[in-house]
Design a protein around this ligand. Structure first.
Ligand code: CMP
Length: 131
């Protein structure tokens, strides 16, 4: 996902350019807005965290871009491309270093395993939307 902060700040194009330049193929993509129920379900794993309420508010406050990306070693390579959760700790040239503003408003989300990538892909897309 390209999160609401990055959309608000005009970074959709810059982020997609970094992604495709790094060799990822976009096999599904949509411009949409999460409902509260969507955000609570997507981030259910974090529901006991102190920042959960803030996270749901943030993720629902405006549109996002969701996409499914394909590449060898995609999960690990995408996590390297986006950088650390906190942009203050993210390496130079990473998407979060370039486009994120804080640990909460960190511009992008990437799946943390192939298993979660499949679950998260099914959350955002119907089969006929995946190419
Ligand atoms: P993401 O990789 O999408 O996974 C969980 C999200 O919770 C994370 O990016 C941030 O947007 C948010 N998050 C993580 N840690 C914190 C924190 N300490 N305070 C606020 N939000 C956080």
């Amino acid at each position: 996902m390209i999160k609401p902060d990055a959309v608000e700040n005009g970074h959709i194009g810059g982020i997609l350019d970094k992604i495709t330049s790094a060799g990822f193929k976009i096999v599904a993509m949509k411009y949409t807005q999460l409902s509260r129920r969507d955000a609570q379900a997507f981030y259910a794993i974090h529901k006991e965290r102190p920042f959960f309420g803030e996270l749901v508010e943030f993720m629902t406050r405006g549109p996002i871009v969701s996409a499914i990306l394909e590449k060898d070693n995609a999960v690990e390579d995408f996590r390297a491309l986006i950088g650390a959760t906190n942009p203050a700790d993210a390496a130079e040239g990473t998407i979060r270093k370039l486009f994120a503003t804080s640990i909460a408003e960190n511009a992008v989300h990437g799946s943390d395993s192939d298993e979660n990538a499949a679950i998260e892909s099914a959350f955002h897309f119907a089969g006929r939307e995946i190419f």
